[in-house]
Design a binder for this molecule. Sequence first.
Ligand code: SD4
Length: 292
Amino acid sequence: VLKKPIVIATWNHGLAANKAAWEILKNNGPALDAVEKGVRVSESDENNRSVGLGGLPDKNGMVTLDACIMNHENECGAVGCLTDIEHPISVARKVMEDTPHVMLVGQGAYDFAIEKGFPKVDLLTAEAKLEWENWKASEDLKKPAINCENHDTIGMLAMDAEGNISGACTTSGWAYKLHGRIGDSPIIGAGLFVDNEVGGACATGMGEAVIRIAGSATVVELMRHGKSPQEACEIAVKRIMNKHKNMEGLQVGFLAMNNKGEVGAYSVYAGFNYAVTSVDNHELIDAGYEME
Ligand code: SD4
């Protein structure tokens, strides 16, 4: 059990993101601000090929971003297939706060972002463009590759000094996906779910598989019924494995926190890790897994 405030986030890049979130949490700031500020670090990191600026494009060479955010009052906002905007998480927050809706996609999400004053940014870096060109040129890579490098969405959960939990999730999704494809990351209940009476969960990996079991909502419901965050993540991973005949290359990881300050994580394959930051911690932890 960790002492609040606490912030946890997926993968190595979670460490830098947590640091930004911690600046808010340590000053008794709200979890919602912390998760937004936190994941913006990954969105701006050009070297991260699967979130925001510098993310790998879809099959057509377009970078399309998915994100969602949820607070302790079950308010939520999301954007899907958003182009040319560096911070989809902040657009998602605006959808939550300034509209009666939860989710905007594509052109409508872009127009909304521009109207709200977000600058237009070319998200396809020279390096990402080159990787896409190489992918196009190589015949045997015509299928989207499913691996860990390709699946490092950032999902973040924070509990502030008041004990309120918020979460954020943001990604450029599956590299070389079909144009228009949306994964789990902007879908409330799939890539992210928070219920302040229980806790929160987020997911990374192959979004199609996460959606099929309503992944993050499932983890939260398991915690509601008494499972620890660790047990809940393990059950959700096993359920995914039960629902798929072929698990080859199908990586999924869940990360969860309950309102007591316990955290847990689990993945199908080895390699998933997460960053934990609180007053006493700032470290990366390897998640448990089912298969090598
Ligand atoms: C998705 N879960 O779009 C995200 C992918 C991910 O890099 O983790 N991607 O399916």
